[in-house]
Design a protein around this ligand. Structure first.
Ligand code: TGC
Ligand code: FAD
Length: 389
């Protein structure tokens, strides 16, 4: 840690409650103890003890932490965002595990599910005994999920699902998948236990990003489900898109964690690295880089906190989440790349976290709506014209 952490300059703690600070600091300590010592190995070998980690994260109350009841912690959204920031300061893959579990799979059941679905799935998901995934994207329909080909067809009182989902976080380790499929009455969501006949989830290998995270295909071949498997209160694309707003909110904070970790690493490195007979940190060019990155990090943090307060007051709009996701992920990846220049050749190794974060942020830039999608959401809000098609 540098003597002055970049965010100290902004007096951020004055904007937080004691409870929010306590949650943030607890998650930071957990990451220091349980994640940081292992993360480079997990990233290099593309293995992660996700089941054990899920139980530890569940024991800390971090899974579905901003949801009420059913064993969930019921914190405010700002505290959830701060937890995402600390988790992603360790690795985006760990934050993804928590985002997908809490903001996508659990949120979908909590917001749109029947009482029976909530009672069956939310308590074990909150403890990490059960892992969930969220299947929206298909190989040919990522930014445009409304074009999906997966289908659910009525057969007597059952539903039969066929289709393939792609790039699904936690897919191969999931006990339950929330699968979105086209029906004769529009897009609907289904709660699919992973042991249902016809369901499989082969893992996608050879990723250069999010290597400490499981990413999978979901294959549904004649998956037969009772009527009670359908999420009763999600009608149309607004259902899954509502879940995305939740997860995007966590990323607004999370991406800043990756950026902060890069910046703190670069500051310490620059203080100890001597070039041309002086510490690298003593050169104006280095200080200009560090100052500019700190300003962007702090601006992003103030934006995230403002959005957190809007969300906690129940007035946040999807396009405001897009502003946060677009800015904070774009700035985070720029900071990661700039920090990498400060570390020189050392920056390309896993001995330092910087290139790992930079590579992870390539996925973060793409998932949960690409930068271009969020520019178009904001453009539509400004002009009233949709330029997606
Ligand atoms: P469009 O006609 O605009 O909207 C359809 C209906 O949805 C409503 N809506 C939203 N509701 C809640 N939250 C939002 N963010 C919403 N955006 C739209 C809208 O009001 C409408 O409702 P209604 O009642 O009128 O039917 O839909 P479109 O087909 O034109 O698409 C719009 C677009 C392009 C913005 C959308 O499809 C989109 O967001 N595309 C990006 C897809 C995406 O982000 N996928 C992410 C998959 S999950 C993931 O990546 C997990 S990564 C792992 C991790 O999180 O860590
Ligand atoms: P495309 O939609 O093909 O986009 C390609 C390029 O075209 C992008 O630059 C895009 O911005 C641009 N583009 C698209 N439309 C327009 C337009 N109208 N105008 C201009 N430019 C445009 N999905 C899930 O459902 N669940 C998950 O758990 C999940 N986890 C993921 C984990 C990882 C590691 C990754 C990488 C992805 C994950 N995804 C998940 C999928 C992710 O949401 C999609 O990759 C993302 O929505 C983009 O879709 P695409 O990859 O098909 O890109």
């Amino acid at each position: 840690m540098p003597a002055t952490s970049p965010l100290d300059l902004f007096g951020i703690d004055r904007l937080l409650t004691d409870e929010e600070i306590a949650i943030r600091d607890t998650v930071r300590r957990f990451c220091d103890d349980k994640i940081r010592p292992h993360i480079a190995d997990w990233f290099e070998t593309a293995t992660i003890p996700a089941r054990d980690l899920a139980k530890e994260l569940g024991a800390m109350g971090l899974l579905g932490m901003h949801l009420d009841g059913y064993g969930c912690a019921g914190t405010n959204s700002t505290a959830y965002g701060l937890a995402c920031l600390e988790l992603e300061a360790a690795d985006s893959g760990i934050r993804s595990l928590v985002s997908v579990q809490g903001s996508l799979a659990m949120y979908a059941i909590h917001r749109f599910g029947s009482e029976e679905q909530k009672r069956q799935w939310l308590p074990p998901m909150a403890t990490g005994e059960a892992i969930g995934c969220f299947g929206l994207t298909e190989a040919d329909f990522g930014s445009d999920p409304g074009g999906m080909r997966s289908r659910a067809v009525r057969d007597g009182s059952d539903w039969v699902l066929d289709g393939t989902k792609m790039w699904i976080t936690n897919g191969s380790i999931a006990d339950v998948a929330i699968v979105w499929a086209r029906t004769d009455k529009g897009i609907r969501g289904f709660v699919v236990p992973a042991d249902t006949a016809g369901f499989s989830a082969p893992e996608i290998r050879q990723k250069m990003s999010l290597r400490a995270s499981v990413t999978s295909e979901l294959v549904l071949e004649g998956v037969r489900l009772p009527d009670s498997a359908m999420l009763p209160d999600a009608h149309g694309l607004g259902g899954p898109l509502g879940c995305l707003s939740e997860a995007r909110f966590g990323i607004v904070f999370g991406a800043l964690g990756a950026a902060r970790d890069c910046l703190e690493t670069a500051i310490v490195y620059a203080e100890t690295r001597r070039v041309f007979d002086k510490p690298l940190s003593a050169y104006q060019l280095t200080q200009a880089k560090l100052a500019d990155m700190t300003v962007e990090l702090g601006k992003g943090m103030l934006l995230a906190l403002h959005l957190g307060r809007l969300k906690d007051d129940g007035v946040i709009r999807p396009e405001q989440v897009s502003v946060g996701k677009l800015n904070n992920v774009r700035e985070a990846i720029a900071i990661a790349r700039e920090c990498r220049t400060i570390l020189g050749a050392n920056g390309v190794t896993l001995e330092y976290p910087v290139m790992r974060h930079a590579n992870n942020l390539e996925s973060v830039l793409t998932y949960e709506g690409t930068s271009e999608v969020h520019q178009l959401v904001i453009g539509q809000a400004l002009t009233g014209q949709s330029a997606f098609r």
